[in-house]
Design a protein around this ligand. Structure first.
Ligand SMILES: [Zn+2]
Length: 200
């Protein structure tokens, strides 16, 4: 089920309503800056949905011997702040106040270590098929709430994993509808900000 309105508790960095599933794969941000939003896609095994394996990956509980691809990533220690399943369900793995390990080696406008200052959102999906309406609904609610609390996240600072790790990463892929999200978020931003949105 998609979610229409979400609320962030700034002290805890937790969103509600959301399923909370703590990932150990995080640490402290070097400063308190939260100024970038990174969109990803993931499915495990690749192309399969609703398997619970993303939960397992982010909590270091992948089963061995079930699938060759899963075996190849058993040792990965990664996470994202948020995961949006095909049905629109939202799960939070890491507090927004903490640094999740989603971007890896990355650079945004010449600045590296994007995990330090970003929030990572994973959409359950692939590079080869559209995301669902329910996912866009939850994503829009989430991005709207995040932009409200973190005004440094402007529409120009919402990017894809492929934008900050070109050549290494391709997600969220060509089927991700940027217009659909940025249009709604741009409106949300200008209606909640005290000052006008930066000119491009
Ligand atoms: Zn990614």
């Amino acid at each position: 089920m998609a979610i229409c309105t979400l609320h962030l508790n700034p002290a805890s960095g937790l969103i509600s309503p959301a399923r909370q599933l703590a990932s150990p794969n995080h640490n402290q941000r070097p400063d308190n800056e939260i100024s970038l939003l990174v969109i990803h896609n993931i499915s495990l095994p690749p192309g399969e949905f609703g398997t619970g394996m993303v939960d397992a990956l982010f909590t270091n509980q992948l089963p061995s011997g079930q699938h060759p691809f899963l075996d190849s990533i058993l040792e990965l220690r990664v996470s994202a702040h948020f995961f949006i399943e095909r049905c629109g369900q939202l799960t939070q793995f890491v507090s927004c106040n903490d640094r999740a390990w989603h971007a890896g080696q990355s650079s945004f406008q010449g600045r590296s270590h994007c995990n330090d200052f970003s929030i990572g959102i994973e959409l359950e999906g692939t590079d080869t098929q559209p995301f669902t309406d329910l996912q866009y609904q939850t994503l829009t609610a989430l991005v709207t709430e995040l932009m409200h609390h973190y005004p440094q996240i402007t529409p120009a600072r919402i990017c894809g994993h492929s934008d900050i790790a070109p050549g290494r990463k391709t997600d969220p892929g060509p089927f991700f509808n940027w217009q659909r999200v940025l249009k709604l978020c741009g409106k949300a931003h200008s209606s909640t900000a005290d000052k006008p949105v930066d000119k491009p």
